[in-house]
Design a protein around this ligand. Structure first.
Ligand SMILES: N[C@@H](CCC(=O)N[C@@H](CS)C(=O)NCC(=O)O)C(=O)O
Length: 226
């Protein structure tokens, strides 16, 4: 049964204490870099909201170099659940956690909408990451300013048009967590040459970010990792 596979969720915690003598907790590990951002952070957040007790494994770059070849796709995050093969790809990890713990829609069309939004977050990363890697400062500045004028506000409007409101679907789910994590550095003004106001043309998307930030479970994760 998956609920047990993924570790101790809220339902397990509510059970009588005597169950602790008979049920052994399954080891769940989420492996990523030691940064509170991006694909790893959204998976950690999903596990936290799901109430799964997990080992938050954070690799240094030297450790990653030694481990890379043994990961499913040569990339992080990786979810490892005792008795199962390691799982790569952030969206697959999020869907698995979401399906098991009520953070992903059961309705097929609502689920497809959540998938589309999660893929749109990956589109943003695939567009912006090469710019982040530009070594020449002037060229990086020009490319980021160009994205801030065109690509990023356009992306925000397109994603906003997908929202049920305030979340992607009827309730907070893994797609909302993924949006929350990808938007946060932009809203903090942490991306040089991209103004913190870059998503202001998409007020419903900003409202989603606020609604996720206000969730008590999200707050408790942020407090824990601050
Ligand atoms: N499609 C993959 C992309 C994974 C990916 O590119 N991960 C980055 C970190 S966010 C990584 O592992 N970078 C280190 C490397 O490629 O060596 C996913 O969604 O998980």
């Amino acid at each position: 049964m998956w609920a047990l596979d993924l570790g101790t969720g809220p339902a397990q915690l509510d059970r009588p204490a005597r169950r602790c003598h008979t049920a052994r907790m399954t080891q769940t590990t989420l492996t990523y870099f030691d940064m509170p951002v991006s694909r790893g952070e959204e998976c950690r957040l999903a596990l936290h909201l799901a109430g799964v007790a997990f080992h938050d494994e954070r690799l240094s770059h030297a450790q990653w170099a030694a481990r890379r070849a043994s990961t499913p796709f040569g990339a992080l995050p990786v979810l490892t659940v005792e008795g199962r093969p390691p799982l790569g790809q952030s969206n697959a990890i999020l869907r698995l956690i979401g399906r098991e713990h009520g953070l992903y829609p059961q309705d097929l069309w609502a689920a497809a909408k959540a998938d589309a939004v999660m893929d749109a977050v990956e589109d943003l990363r695939h567009t912006m990451s090469p710019i982040n890697r530009i070594a020449d400062a002037a060229e990086k500045k020009a490319k980021r300013e160009e994205a801030a004028r065109g690509y990023l506000p356009r992306w925000a409007k397109q994603v906003e048009a997908q929202l049920h409101g305030p979340f992607v679907g009827e309730a907070l789910g893994v797609a909302d967590l993924k949006l929350f994590v990808v938007m946060t550095p932009y809203l903090k003004g942490a991306i040089d040459h991209v103004p913190a106001s870059v998503f202001e043309g998409a007020p419903k998307l900003l409202a989603l970010h606020r609604a996720v930030a206000e969730d008590a479970r999200v707050k408790s994760w942020s407090a824990r990792t601050a």
